[in-house]
Design a protein around this ligand. Structure first.
Ligand code: SAM
Ligand code: SF4
Length: 407
């Protein structure tokens, strides 16, 4: 079951943005996120806004690209009418759901629509997420030909028993194969892993990290398994069929991954993300963390432009009704005040390797720095140079570091 939307002000039907959204826009990158809300089966742990064939209430996946293109055209008109300066797109990210469940031609049509609305910046990063069993060599070659630069595969684990607990459908042997096909056509590759699955041992996790490294990706994300309320996983744990992920074991798994990845030539740049070098960081995700502007296209997608944040209706049927009637699909929106923007800035930047300037903290935050150094949660040398950068221990306790800087 997908999670609920936030509660906020209603969004206007015409989608127009207030004048404040344009202030400073020239200095911010502009990205586009395209949500594809379909999956063949729902993984037991996942509460993303995605639907299997039986949950679609008559909506056809084959109609989706045209609907998303309607929103892209609408977005271009709204930004122009709201006096945002024309900005070519720096990054495009197709996420899901499973974008690669759609025919490759649909993804290409959506990318072309983004290009014709705003143009792509030279060297733009264009990524799609993909499940390993949803692509083949020909599909990946067509993506590369059409201007995609990057693919992010949901590997999750190399251990069949762990994949089965997660309800993943792919054969782990397929991961090196799809990575090789992607590389052959010049796509950069990222792999997603999950650690802390019930029943997963440290040895299982070590096997998965080593298998991921053996694929030689450019980028790797490792997420601790979150038990989201309302999911099948949460019910299985409640009924005692599966054990709750163990936080100490998850910490050991994180430390192992960081050490192994560092010795294999990867560097962390965000708490859950490692890349072979800065050029292979996910520029799209960095733009989220650095507070740039992005338009989120599709059911349930979130957008942010100049301190205005909004989110679309969640169900693909409601979304289709809105865009086909030329109405904004936004369900609600909020204007972030200066204090909320400062708080979010601290929350996001603390998670980044480049950290946050001590001078940018409130007086309270600046006073907390000495205690965080004493507790080895932030790096003393970096603090002397004027920046809060979390240590390995600080990465494990990033939320606690944020609390101490903000409380
Ligand atoms: C929502 S999926 C979309 C991409 C693709 N469908 C897939 O599963 O690979 C993106 C990533 O979110 C992560 N994810 C989703 N739910 C999660 C959870 N409850 N805990 C940790 N990671 C999660 C998975 O690692 C997944 O690769
Ligand atoms: S395939 Fe990805 S988006 Fe779909 S249910 Fe599984 S984790 Fe969620």
């Amino acid at each position: 079951m997908p999670s609920a939307l936030p509660i906020a002000d209603p969004a206007p039907d015409d989608g127009l943005l207030p004048a404040s959204a344009a202030v400073g826009a020239q200095d911010r990158d502009f990205g586009v996120y395209l949500h594809v809300p379909f999956c063949r089966v729902r993984c037991g742990y996942c509460d993303f806004n995605t639907y299997t064939a039986t949950e679609l209430r008559g909506v056809k996946q084959s109609d989706y690209a045209s609907q998303a293109i309607r929103e892209i055209e609408q977005a271009e008109r709204i930004l122009t009418a709201s006096r945002l300066p024309p900005r070519p797109v720096s990054t495009v990210f197709f996420g899901g759901g499973t974008p690669t469940l759609l025919p490759v031609e649909d993804l290409i049509r959506m990318l072309l629509a983004v290009e014709s609305a705003w143009g792509l910046k030279s060297g733009a990063e264009v990524t799609t997420e993909a499940n390993p069993d949803s692509v083949d060599a020909a599909y990946l070659a067509k993506l590369a030909d059409a201007g995609f630069t990057r693919v992010s595969f949901g590997m999750q684990s190399a251990v069949p028993r762990v994949l089965a607990t997660l309800d993943r459908t792919h054969d782990p042997q397929r991961v090196p194969q799809v990575v090789q096909w992607a590389r052959q056509v010049g796509l950069q590759v990222s792999l997603d892993l999950i650690y802390g699955t019930p029943g997963e041992s440290l040895a299982d996790w070590q096997q998965s990290v080593d298998a991921a490294i053996a694929c030689a990706p450019d980028h790797l994300s490792a997420y601790s398994l979150i038990v989201e309320p309302g999911t099948k996983l949460a019910r299985q744990i409640k009924r005692g069929e599966l054990v709750q992920p163990d936080e100490d074991l998850q910490a050991d798994m994180y430390e192992f991954a960081d050490a192994r990845l560092s010795s294999a030539g990867f560097q962390w740049y965000e708490v859950s993300n490692w890349a072979t070098d800065a050029a292979h960081s996910s520029r799209h995700n960095l733009a989220y963390w650095l507070g740039h502007d992005w338009w989120g296209v599709g059911p349930g997608a979130h957008s942010h432009v100049g301190g205005i944040r909004w989110w679309n209706v969640k169900h693909p049927a409601a979304y289709a009704d809105r865009v086909l009637a030329s109405l904004s699909p936004a369900a609600g929106r909020e204007t972030l005040d200066a204090q909320t923007r400062d708080i979010e800035n601290v929350m996001l930047r603390v998670r980044l390797r480049e950290g946050i300037r001590i001078a940018a903290l409130s007086e309270y935050g600046r006073r907390a720095v000495a205690g965080l150094i004493a507790d080895e949660l932030i790096d003393a040398k970096a603090a002397l140079a004027g920046t809060v950068v979390v240590t390995l221990r600080g990465r494990l306790l990033a939320d606690a570091v944020v609390r101490r800087l903000l409380e």
